[in-house]
Design a protein. Structure first.
Length: 259
């Protein structure tokens, strides 16, 4: 599957409004893959580095790799950790990393909120030579999309977005049960020992955070024109605020395949 462009203003919204990850997520990855400060971790499809930066204190070095230059520019501006390196590349470049880094060099390959844009079967196989014994691939999903949560405000938001885009909105971004099962099967078929860990947290959102999160998931051509964004925000406000507190309960699923 080819990912749409996430450059320009979309990358700015991504950095400002995408959910981060609580420390417990990094703790779970450390436990699953036995990470130490001697390890190098590849965060593939890193976006603007939400997971990359959380992993940095737990590893010797973290490589954040993404195919969108604007995402990496935003990531660099937001990063103070000295052991993070940003690379331009996609999942199809993973085999070349074995030549560049050497086999068995990585403690983990993480893919957070991005595997639905990749060939998960090929990636599961391609990552294996890069991993040391006991290292693993981790597929991380940071809760359901804002428009698919089991709340009244999410349902109201989904209707606004469907009206804006002109089509019903069903995109799950790989968080649905069927996608998760496909990822599990691919890891198992590639010879990994598969496990699932879950970290849960709750948050209260503002309308501006909801709109910013929505814009971060759009391609540039789907964004409302700048002069139309205040009216779009007001439409979202009118739709969601009558539904009560804008509260979400997030389940971070960490699907790991250990070599």
């Amino acid at each position: 599957m080819t990912a749409p462009a996430f450059g320009g203003e979309v990358s700015e919204y991504y950095q400002r409004f995408r959910r981060g990850y609580p420390p417990e997520v990094a703790d779970a990855l450390v436990s699953a893959c036995g990470l130490t400060r001697d390890d190098v971790v590849l965060d593939l499809g890193c976006g603007t580095g939400q997971l990359t930066r959380v992993l940095a204190p737990r590893a010797g070095a973290v490589l954040g790799m993404d195919p969108e230059p604007d995402m990496l520019s935003e990531a660099r501006r937001a990063t103070t950790e000295p052991n993070v390196t940003w690379l331009l590349g996609a999942d199809t470049d993973v085999p070349a990393l074995t030549t560049a880094l050497g086999p068995g060099r990585l403690g983990a390959v993480t893919v957070a909120q991005a595997l639905h844009w990749m060939d998960h079967e090929q990636l599961s196989a391609a990552a294996r030579p890069l991993l040391r014994a006991g290292g693993g691939v981790a597929v991380v999903t940071n809760g359901e999309p804002l428009w698919l949560q089991d709340t009244a405000w999410s349902s109201a938001l989904r209707q606004v977005l469907s009206d804006h885009l002109g089509v019903p909105l069903h995109r799950t971004c790989g968080t649905d049960t069927a996608s998760q099962e496909r990822y599990r099967e691919a890891l198992s078929a590639a010879g990994y020992a598969v496990d699932l860990r879950v970290v849960e947290y709750s948050a209260t959102l503002t309308v501006e955070e909801i709109v910013g999160g929505v814009f971060s998931a759009m391609s540039p051509d789907q964004l409302p024109a700048p002069e139309a964004r205040p009216e779009f925000t007001e439409r979202v406000r009118r739709a969601v605020e009558p539904c009560g507190p804008l509260h979400e309960h997030v389940r971070v699923r960490i699907l790991t395949g250990v070599r």
